[in-house]
Design a binder for this molecule. Structure first.
Ligand SMILES: Cc1cc2nc3c(=O)[nH]c(=O)nc-3n(C[C@H](O)[C@H](O)[C@H](O)COP(=O)(O)OP(=O)(O)OC[C@H]3O[C@@H](n4cnc5c(N)ncnc54)[C@H](O)[C@@H]3O)c2cc1C
Length: 465
């Protein structure tokens, strides 16, 4: 006979974990199902920085208890405008309350008081950005750092271990329905687990699985753009003026040539560039960045991402992103790094040229190469325009020593239709976090887990026991 639960949560990233924290002590029998390893079996923060692209442990980078959040930079963006589309689903006012609540929970497990982006200097910076043709999106931000984020997760893991059943190394393989209602989950170990409610929160790692399941179940899926670009690395002093005020500057430009939207993303002052391994068996290596609370490098890195919506009848933005990433992997064995000066001079970077440069790459395994073999002209043109505009705000960015790593891709393409309670068109099946296209960052992902769990608690008539 199938084991019975009140609630099954699929995925132990921030969305699944925050749902589990809400459900703990309510009397509801809850299972948190995670396909990757438990937190204690994942590498410690920083352990993978010296890895090569073939290191098998890279597989656990965004999968396992903690999800992609385990090695995230821990920037908590406390704005309703950034990090997902919960503002349009719930309304800005409800979201504001939730952001405060999520921040309080992080504080309970070891968060930080310091908030960037609120001082009077932000307004002056916004004006300066406008003079350079850029839009600065102000957002209050707290920075936990990769090290502190991991300790926070350890504290949460310990507490949840006492209140919720957690199974790691087991994937949800199939969602089971009866009469238009979810009734359980079939696992990768062949077990049928019955549940009154299921919350799917599989993150980027599980976005393809969710897309396949959504298609199989006939759920409505909207296409969303794929974000493709590079990670830029400069000496930290070049961006000090900005990062000391806003920590991360969210800058946007609509480019002259293609009228594309290009934006900065995930700025990491004093941080490191990292590899990201996405897609399980059929994985591609992309690039990302993070930083520590305690230890700083001499460099600052950030992503430049271009959002492109493709023409009909194309409906596979994820596949397109993977194709471009795979090209970089084919030519560089993983991530490619190139000096801006070499790109502009139409030549590849070499180890000798990099060595002569002013910026020492923090991702040592990146192969010196030529990004013009990887990125279409449209993307390169957008990136160069953006760097020129940013140089007016922070002189030193459009410099020949600036490093460009490729490629950075954000896979978000599944966007399920959900109610304000995050229920899908299937009764009692809820969708939360990045994998369902609901969110794009730690705070909103965590908040989405809270929303789904609270609705389940309300319907089940449960409360704190
Ligand atoms: C290097 C890096 C730095 C980042 N820095 C920041 C930052 O500073 N600020 C910020 O806001 N965001 C940051 N992010 C993004 C942030 O980590 C994500 O937005 C967030 O983790 C999304 O949470 P989630 O719960 O939706 O999904 P995830 O954290 O991706 O977790 C999903 C989990 O579901 C599991 N799963 C998938 N499929 C299945 C299945 N079929 N069965 C069972 N389990 C499954 C996965 O293994 C994974 O553990 C960063 C990400 C990376 C990789």
């Amino acid at each position: 006979m199938a084991e019975r639960y009140d609630v099954i949560l699929v995925g132990a990233g921030p969305a699944g974990i925050f749902a589990a924290l809400e459900l703990a002590n309510t009397g509801l029998k809850t299972l948190l199902l995670e396909k990757g390893p438990d937190l204690s079996a994942r590498p410690r923060p920083g352990e993978l920085q010296r890895s090569t692209p073939t290191d098998p442990r890279l597989r656990w980078q965004i999968t396992g208890f903690g999800g992609a959040g385990a090695y995230s930079d821990g920037k908590l963006t406390l704005s309703t405008d950034v990090g997902g589309r919960l503002d349009t689903i719930l309304g800005a006012e409800s979201l504001r309350g939730l952001l405060r609540y999520v921040d309080d929970v992080y504080m309970r497990y070891g968060g930080t008081d310091r908030v960037y982006g609120l001082s009077a200097e932000v307004e002056e910076m916004r004006r300066e950005a406008a003079r350079a043709g850029l839009r600065l999106v102000p957002a209050p931000i707290k920075h936990l750092g990769t090290d502190r984020s991991f300790y926070i997760l350890e504290a949460i893991r310990e507490e949840l271990g006492r209140t919720v059943e957690i199974r790691t190394g087991v994937a949800a393989e199939q969602l089971q329905l009866r009469d238009g209602r979810v009734v359980g989950v079939r696992t990768s170990t062949g077990e049928d687990l019955a549940a009154e409610y299921v919350v799917v929160a599989p993150g980027r790692e599980g976005s393809q699985w969710l897309l396949d399941e959504a298609r199989r179940l006939g759920l409505d899926i909207a296409q969303s753009p794929v974000d493709i670009g590079v990670r830029v690395e400069v000496p930290a002093p070049v961006l000090d003026k900005i990062t000391s005020v806003v920590y991360e500057s969210k800058l946007e430009l609509y480019t002259r040539v293609f009228d594309d939207r290009i934006r900065t993303f995930c700025m990491c002052p004093g941080g490191e560039v990292t590899m990201e391994h996405t897609g399980g068996e059929d994985a591609v290596i992309t690039v990302n960045g993070h930083s520590y609370a305690e230890r700083k490098t001499d460099n600052t890195n950030f992503a430049l991402l271009i959002s492109t919506t493709f023409t009909e009848p194309f409906r596979e933005p994820n596949a397109y992103g993977r194709y471009v990433a795979r090209l970089a992997n084919l030519l560089g064995g993983g991530v490619i790094v190139q000096r801006l000066g070499d790109l502009l001079a139409g030549r590849r970077s070499t180890p000798e040229r990099l060595h002569r440069g002013l910026v020492t790459p923090t991702l040592r395994s990146a192969a010196p190469g030529d990004l013009s073999f990887v990125l279409p002209y449209r993307y390169l043109s957008d990136i160069l325009e953006m760097l020129q505009a940013m140089d007016r705000l922070a002189p030193g960015i459009y410099e020949r020593h600036t490093l460009l790593y490729g490629v950075e891709v954000k896979f978000y393409s599944v966007r399920l239709r959900v109610s304000p309670q995050l229920e899908t068109d299937i009764s009692n099946l809820f969708a939360a976090g990045d994998g369902a296209g609901v969110t794009r960052g730690l705070v909103q992902a965590s908040a989405s887990g809270v929303v789904a769990a609270r609705e389940i608690i309300r319907r089940a008539g449960a409360g704190s026991s």
